[in-house]
Each structure stands twice: as C-alpha cells, then as structure tokens.
Design a binder for this molecule. Structure first.
Ligand SMILES: Nc1ncnc2c1ncn2[C@@H]1O[C@H](COP(=O)(O)OP(=O)(O)OP(=O)(O)O)[C@@H](O)[C@H]1O
Ligand SMILES: [Mg+2]
Length: 459
C-alpha cells in the first residue's frame, strides 16, 4: 500500500487515545480518536478508516454492538477488539461478529505495530487480488504480451500496425507456447473489430465433419441430427475475428473450402446453396512448418499464399533470452497473488539456470516452472531447489561446443574405445599446454579423474 493506513481508535480512556495518536503518528499512520461509540461511528462514516480499534468497555454503546454497526456501514471494515478483562468469551464473540483481531489490555505498542503490519499485508493482498480479477476480466492487449528483446519489440510494433489495418488474414507462426494465442487476442482487441466477437476454433481438436459444421453452420435437415438451422462461426463472428488455431492440421477438402471463404468472402451453410456474405478477419496459427507440409502435399500452396500476406513469426524463447527475466517477474507476481505467497526474488544461480535453459516448451513451460517454484518455495527467494531437475541438474560449467557439428565416422572394422580415449586425452593435454586443470575442463571431467586416466594410459 502506498499511502499510510488511516486508523480510528474508539476508547473512552483519554490516555489510550492519546498514546495511540502519539505512537502511531510517529510511525507515519494517520490517527483519529473517538471517546464513544457514537462519535466513532460518525468519524468512520465520514473518513472510512482502514483499521478501527474498538474498546470493549465504553460508556453508551458497547464494543460488540459497535462492531455490528461498523460492519453495517462497511462490509469489509477491518476491526481490532480491545478488552481489559480476562474474558476470552467476549473476544471470541467479537471475532464472530467480524473483528479481525483482538488484543488484551494492557498491551505494548510493539504488539500493536505487529498487528498493524499483519493487517497491512492482508489489505495489500486483497488489493492485489482485486486488481488481478479486474485484469482477468480485462481484455488481453499488447500490454499483456511481456517482452524486452529487440526482436519482440519489432514484432509487437508490426503487429500493432497490422491490427489497425483492414488486413483480412494474418498468419501466426511459432513453436508451441510462444504466444500465438495471446497475440491473436491482442490483435483483435486493438483492432477496429474489438467490439465484435473473437471466436476460436481449434482445427485439430474437432473431427473433419464437425469442424465443417462448426465453421459454416447448417440448414435444418442438412443431416440426420440437424433438427434446426445453426449458424457457423464465420457468421457468429460477424464483424469480428475468427482465430483458426492449428490450421496446419486441416484436411485438403477443408482447405479448399477455406480458400473459397478467403477469396469470395462468403460462406454456404451445409445443406444449402445460398451464399452468405461474411465480414471477418481470419487469424490462422500453426506450429507446423507449412512449407514442409506443402512439399509433402498435405497443405495447399494457394491457401498458404493467401494466408501468409501478413505473416508474423514468434521466435522460440531461447532466441530471446532478454525476455526471460521480465517474464519470470511477471509470472512470480501472478502466482504470488494466486497462491498467497510473497516471493520477492530469484537467487542468482537459479536465475542463471533459467535464463540459459533451452525452453523447448517456450513461455508455457516457463509459466509452469514458475508456478511450481512459487508453490514449493518456502521463504521469499526462489532457489535452485525449487526448480525441476531438468533445469537444475543441467551441467552448467561445461559447454560442449566441440560436439556441435562434430561427427565421428565410426569405422566398419570397429575401434578400441581405450585407444580413442587415450588419443582424446592426449589432444586435450596438448591443447592445454599440459595444464591438468585446463585439460580436465576441456574434457568435462575432474582433475582427479584426468590424473587417474593419465596414469592408466601412461601419459
Ligand atoms: N509474451 C508473453 N507475455 C506473457 N505471457 C505470455 C507471453 N507469451 C505467451 N504467454 C503465455 O504463455 C502461455 C502459452 O502461450 P500461448 O497459448 O499464446 O501459446 P501458443 O503459441 O498459442 O501455443 P500452442 O501452439 O501450444 O497453442 C499462455 O499462458 C500465455 O498467456
Ligand atoms: Mg495456442
């Protein structure tokens, strides 16, 4: 919370009010005092303080009654009940009626500050939750596409431009989990079509015939189960956007029909001959290499060229490492709220591992890894121990660049592994100027292992 908490103290003892005012103001709180329930209610009704301390024993309206009255004014008022007597019963009753905490008199101000810290944390958490709920209801825009790298900055810039144009088809390419879905939504929500529907069809999850009726709709009696006319997604999305996810999966017959929609801007419902004009933007996405599909005669070239006029290719996460720290923070904040945790940082070692990991599942995988770590981690820092083994047990210190693009032609007559090992060690020692530490690093083994092997091979 950025502003100081506003606090109301309702107590008929002047000394208590006075010391609250003095001690709490020193700490930066804003403090109001009231000597009776009636006066307190008036103050609360005017200023809606964040926290109200209520004494049990008052002249006039009593503490418990006051809790009810304040609750009636504000359902989520935060109240702390103060009682001078050793009566647990009454404190329990106060909590039942809605007090969040109770404190027994006499108390020290350290106790009060502890309570206030706890309350402030709760208020913050609640505010974050409200914010998060609002965000979830909120439409996805380009602001939700977290990025930092130059490639992504450029890509977002281009996407924004395309969003605003009349471009009727857009093709999104990229590996699974790179953000095609989120980008499609952002494009729709920042286009002139945003007040109209955005409908998603996952082409791979529906059998061919169902996909067709979903997209084009049907007339009553078009087939046995067609008891009534049904509009297809192209019609339902009228004026909006149809997101055809996994377009690479549709069969050749559907491809022809789709091409027809793109070229003629109209559709024909199943069981009908009437052409119905449609006004939709089509965003198609795939994680397949469509050129390979074309070569394999699984995807029509003419459809590909029709789709790819505006093509956006999302790079895999490993090609945009600069985005990783930002994404980590973003998802930590997200899952902190979701799981009521308070992770504030990531240890340097853990961060390094995360930044250099290859992320085959891209941002979806990163999101899952952060979710898991936030749940598992005790304390406020994500440590290596909360990362999955595949990431934490990576051999960080050895980069076997040499094996990349290095191929060993295994001779037909076979080899002696011992001899091969000897040769490799000799070369490493030579390269390292016979420095054992350097040579062992080159070989990815410990110095002791190297010594042992040298002895074994008489080197
Ligand atoms: N730049 C980003 N910023 C924030 N969240 C992102 C970003 N990119 C992707 N995500 C999130 O990562 C997850 C995967 O993204 P998305 O579903 O868009 O991937 P996709 O490319 O459609 O994957 P698939 O091909 O498997 O359908 C989602 O939870 C999405 O919100
Ligand atoms: Mg997707």
């Amino acid at each position: 919370m950025n502003r100081p908490l506003k606090i109301l103290v309702i107590d008929d003892e002047k000394l208590i009010r006075w010391s609250f005012e003095k001690k709490l103001r020193e700490k930066g709180y804003i403090v109001y005092g009231a000597e009776s329930g009636e006066e307190g209610l008036k103050l609360f009704n005017t200023y809606y303080q964040d926290v109200v301390f209520i004494d049990n024993h008052l002249t006039g309206m009593q503490g418990l009654e006051l809790i009810d009255e304040i609750k009636a004014l504000s359902e989520d008022a935060v109240m702390v009940f103060m009682t001078a007597y050793e009566t647990v019963d009454i404190a329990v009753e106060a909590m039942k009626r809605g007090a969040l905490e109770y404190i027994r008199k006499p108390f020290t101000f350290d106790e009060i500050f502890l309570i206030l810290d706890k309350i402030e944390e709760k208020i913050n958490l609640k505010n974050e939750l409200i914010l998060l709920r609002r965000q979830q209801k909120e439409e996805i825009t380009f602001n939700h596409v977290i990025h930092q790298s130059a490639v992504m900055k450029h890509l977002i810039q281009v996407s924004k431009k395309i969003a605003k144009t009349d471009a009727s088809t857009i093709l999104l390419l990229g590996e699974s989990g790179t953000g095609k879905d989120i980008l499609a939504r952002a494009i729709h929500n920042e286009s002139n079509r945003k007040s109209k529907p955005f409908v998603t069809i996952n082409c791979s999850s529906l059998p061919d015939t169902l996909l067709e009726s979903e997209l084009f709709g049907y007339e009553k009696g078009a087939f046995t189960d067609a008891k009534a006319m049904k509009k297809g997604m192209f019609e339902i999305a009228g004026g909006g956007t149809v997101f055809l996810d996994e377009i690479g999966e549709i069969n050749l017959a559907m491809q022809v029909k789709l091409l027809n929609v793109l070229e003629n801007r109209n559709i024909i419902r199943l069981g009908s001959t009437k052409e119905i004009p449609v006004d939709v933007r089509i965003i198609a996405a795939t994680n397949k290499n469509l050129k390979e599909s074309i070569a394999a005669k699984l995807f029509r070239e003419d459809l590909y060229y029709r789709l790819q006029v505006f093509q956006i290719e999302l790079p895999p996460l490993k090609e945009r490492e600069e985005d990783i720290p930002l994404l980590l923070n973003y998802f930590i904040a997200l899952f902190n709220t979701q799981f009521r945790k308070n992770i504030v940082s990531i240890s340097d070692t853990a961060k390094k591992l995360l930044v250099h990991y290859a992320w085959p599942g891209n941002i979806r995988e990163l999101r899952n890894v952060v979710e898991r770590a936030v749940i598992l981690q005790n304390g406020d820092t994500i440590e290596v121990g909360s990362l999955p083994k595949g990431i934490s047990h990576r051999k960080e210190h050895h980069h076997y660049h040499a094996l990349k693009g290095y191929s060993f032609n295994f001779p037909e007559e076979g080899i002696s592994l011992e001899e091969l090992e000897k040769q490799v060690i000799m070369q490493a020692l030579q390269m390292a100027g016979r420095n054992q530490t350097k040579a062992s690093k080159l070989l990815g083994i410990s110095r002791d292992t190297l010594r042992y092997k040298q002895k074994k091979h008489n080197l």
